[in-house]
Ligand binder design. Structure first.
Ligand code: SF4
Ligand code: SF4
Length: 77
């Protein structure tokens, strides 16, 4: 049976640290970094091994073009 998992990459230079993706993620796979990016914002961070399903909700929640990229993996469970 195929189980879908995902990975998310955040482009720090495009992230404005609004937190909408963090709030929207159903698996709590995103958080805001404690560090500042070049724009002076706390960028989102993807948290490995937290059950990301690659659903894409974070992508659609993000108001900044190209700040988030979602990658899908298909593993055999
Ligand atoms: S793809 Fe879905 S599960 Fe994965 S981080 Fe984004 S909102 Fe969360
Ligand atoms: S929704 Fe987009 S701009 Fe806002 S914190 Fe997440 S990646 Fe950054």
């Amino acid at each position: 049976m195929a189980k879908r998992t995902g990975q998310v990459r955040v482009d720090d230079d495009r992230c404005k640290g609004c937190g909408l993706c963090v709030a929207a993620c159903p698996t709590h796979s995103l958080s805001l970094s404690g560090e500042l990016n070049r724009l002076g914002y706390h960028p989102a961070r993807f948290l490995e091994n937290t059950g990301c399903t690659g659903c894409g909700v974070c992508f659609y929640a993000c108001p900044e073009p190209a700040a988030l990229t979602v990658y899908l993996d298909r593993n055999v469970a």
